[in-house]
Write a protein that binds this ligand. Structure first.
Ligand code: S5P
Length: 491
C-alpha cells in the first residue's frame, strides 16, 4: 500500500519556536493539504462561498493532527482555561480531542451522535461525575450550533460546560452565540488570521482576500447580540392605536396584555393532537397557527372547538392557508369547501403572486367577519423568490388595503425602512433558539435576531416547540426569549 505520509514540517519542526510561528506554519500546511480551499463552493445552506474549510482530511496527516492538537492545547493554557475532562464534537473533532487527551493525560468523554433523544438513552459515554467541568473540542465554529448540540446532552447528564476550544473560528457570529449560552470560545485561528498568513505567503491574492472578507461580512449568523445601531421602536400598545385592521388591533393588545409575542406553528398530524396542544400551550401564546389540511380527522365542529379554547386562553387563530389563486376562486376556498376557514380562523394569509385581486376576493369574505390577512412579503426558506421587487409589491398592496391586511409574513422588515406600516404586524417563521436549518431548506434564526435586530413583532415557532420533549416548557422558554427581545427593542 502506498502511503502519502508527509514528513512533519510544522509543529515538530525544530527550527520553529514561538507559538505564533507554529500557528503560521500550520496555516500553510492546512492550505497545502487542501483543508482550506478557495474557489466557488456550494455550502450546505445553498450559499455560494469563495472559501471552503474541511478539516476532516487532517486525520490523514499525522503531523498536522499533532500540530492542531498542540496549538489548541496551548491556546487553552495561555488563556488559563480549567476543566476536568473533555468531549470532542462528533466527528471531525474526535481525533483532535483524542490527541489532546493522550498527550496531556486529560480524560475524554464521547457523545453518541445517533442518540437524538438524550432524555431517555445514554448519550454521553465515558466515566465522569456530576458537577465536573467538561471542555468542548470542535474543529471549526461558524454559528455555534453544532457546539450547542453537544453542550445540551453534556449539561443534561450534570456536566458543566464553560469553555470551547476550536481550531478555526469563521468569525460569523459563533462566538456571540456561545457567549450568550455562557461559553467562552478559545480559537487558535480566527479566519482573518488564516487570510493574513496566506496573503503574506503569496497563496492568496489581495482581491481573493477581499472577496472572502466580503462573504464573511455578508453572511453573519449574527450571534444573538442586539445591533448597536438599532433604533428604539414603538410599543405594541402604541401601535394598537394606529392599526386599521381589527385583528391587528386585537393582536397588539393581547400581546401587551399576555406579554407574549409567540405564535406556535402547530403542525401536528391530527385535529385531536392540535386541540390538545392548543389547550396545553394556550396560556403561553398570542396566536396559534394551523394547517387544517394536515388533519385526516378534521370535522365540522373543529373550528368551534378551537375557538372555545382560543377564547378561554385569549389567543388568535391563524390558518396558514397561503391562498394563491385569482380573487374569484379564493372567495370559495376561503368561505366554503370542507374547511370553511373564514368561519373559525381570525387570520389567514396569501401569496401576492396573482396580483391584488386575491386581496379583493378574500376581503369580500373576511372583512364583514372582522378577519385579518397577512401577506407573504418574504419567506424563511432557502432560495425564496419573495424578495426585492416582490417584497416591495406586497408592501404596496398592504398599503392599498389597510382595512383588511393586518400585516406580513416577513423575515427582515427592518431592511424595508417603511414608516407608514407601524400599524401592521410582522410575523416571522423559521425561529429556533439557535440559528440553523432543516434538510429541506427551512432556515432558522433566533428570537433576539428576529425581533430585536430584524424588527419583526411575532416569532412563529413550530418544531422547536411541538417536537420538544416538554412542549409547554419549550413554549415558555420561547415566550420568554421573544418577550425579552421585544423589551430590549423598545427600551
Ligand atoms: O416563509 C415561511 C412562511 C411560513 S407561514 N416559512 C415557514 O416556515 N412558514 C410556516 O412556519 C411553515 O408552514 C411552518 O408551519 C412554520 C415553521 O415551522 P418550523 O417547524 O420550521 O418552526
Amino acid at each position: 500500500m502506498t502511503r502519502s505520509c508527509v514528513p512533519s514540517s510544522t509543529g515538530s519542526d525544530k527550527n520553529v519556536k514561538t507559538m505564533d510561528e507554529r500557528i503560521d506554519a500550520l496555516v500553510l500546511r492546512l492550505h497545502e493539504i487542501e483543508a482550506v480551499k478557495f474557489g466557488s463552493f456550494t455550502l450546505k445552506s445553498g450559499l455560494q462561498s469563495p472559501i471552503y474549510i474541511d478539516l476532516r482530511v487532517i486525520v490523514s496527516y499525522p503531523d498536522v493532527l499533532t500540530a492542531v492538537a498542540e496549538c489548541m492545547w496551548d491556546v487553552l493554557s495561555n488563556n488559563g482555561a480549567k476543566f476536568d475532562n473533555m468531549c470532542g464534537v462528533p466527528y471531525t473533532a474526535l481525533p483532535i480531542a483524542t490527541c489532546m487527551s493522550l498527550n496531556h493525560d486529560c480524560p475524554m468523554l464521547m457523545r453518541r451522535k445517533e442518540v437524538k433523544d438524550y432524555g431517555t438513552k445514554k448519550a454521553i459515554e465515558g466515566a465522569f461525575e456530576k458537577g465536573q467541568t467538561c471542555l468542548l473540542v470542535e474543529d471549526l465554529v461558524t454559528s455555534g450550533m453544532s457546539v450547542m448540540e453537544t453542550v445540551h446532552p453534556l449539561q443534561h447528564v450534570g456536566l458543566k460546560t464553560t469553555d470551547v476550544v476550536v481550531l478555526i473560528d469563521r468569525e460569523q457570529g459563533g462566538e456571540q452565540t456561545l457567549k450568550k449560552n455562557g461559553l467562552k470560545l478559545h480559537a487558535v485561528l480566527p479566519l482573518s488570521r488564516v487570510l493574513k498568513v496566506l496573503e503574506k505567503e503569496g497563496k492568496m491574492s489581495k482581491e481573493l482576500v477581499e472577496e472572502v472578507q466580503q462573504f464573511i461580512a455578508a453572511n453573519q449568523t449574527g450571534g444573538d447580540k442586539p445591533k448597536e445601531e438599532k433604533t428604539k421602536r414603538e410599543t405594541y400598545a402604541g401601535r394598537a392605536k394606529i392599526a386599521s385592521n381589527q385583528c391587528a388591533k386585537d393582536m397588539f393588545h393581547l400581546m401587551e396584555k399576555k406579554k407574549s409575542n409567540l405564535c406556535v406553528a402547530a403542525d401536528v398530524d391530527t385535529a385531536k393532537e392540535l386541540l390538545e396542544l392548543a389547550e396545553t400551550l394556550g396560556p403561553e401564546i398570542c396566536m396559534l397557527k394551523t394547517h387544517c389540511d394536515l388533519y385526516p380527522d378534521f370535522t365540522e365542529d373543529f373550528g368551534e372547538k378551537l375557538q372555545a379554547i382560543a377564547k378561554k386562553h385569549d389567543f388568535l387563530i391563524f390558518e396558514d392557508r397561503k391562498f394563491a389563486d385569482i380573487g374569484n376562486t379564493v372567495v370559495g376556498q376561503y368561505s366554503s369547501g370542507v374547511h370553511k376557514i373564514a368561519d373559525w380562523s381570525h387570520v389567514t394569509n396569501a401569496h401576492i403572486v396573482p396580483g391584488s385581486g386575491i386581496i379583493d376576493g378574500l376581503k369580500s369574505v373576511g372583512l364583514p367577519k372582522k378577519r385579518g390577512l397577512l401577506l407573504l412579503a418574504e419567506m424563511s426558506s432557502k432560495g425564496t423568490m419573495a424578495n426585492g421587487a416582490y417584497t416591495e409589491a406586497a408592501i404596496q398592496m398592504a398599503k392599498d388595503h389597510k382595512d383588511f391586511v393586518m400585516g406580513f409574513i416577513a423575515t427582515n422588515p427592518n431592511a424595508w425602512k417603511v414608516e407608514w406600516s407601524k400599524g401592521l404586524i410582522n410575523m416571522t417563521p423559521g425561529v429556533q433558539l439557535q440559528v440553523g436549518g432543516d434538510s429541506m431548506g427551512q432556515q432558522y434564526n433566533t428570537p433576539m435576531n428576529v425581533i430585536c435586530n430584524n424588527g419583526s413583532d411575532v416569532i412563529i415557532v413550530g418544531r422547536g416547540i411541538y417536537k420538544a420533549q416538554d412542549p409547554a416548557k419549550a413554549a415558555s422558554e420561547y415566550r420568554k426569549a421573544g418577550w425579552e427581545a421585544y423589551e430590549k427593542s423598545v427600551k
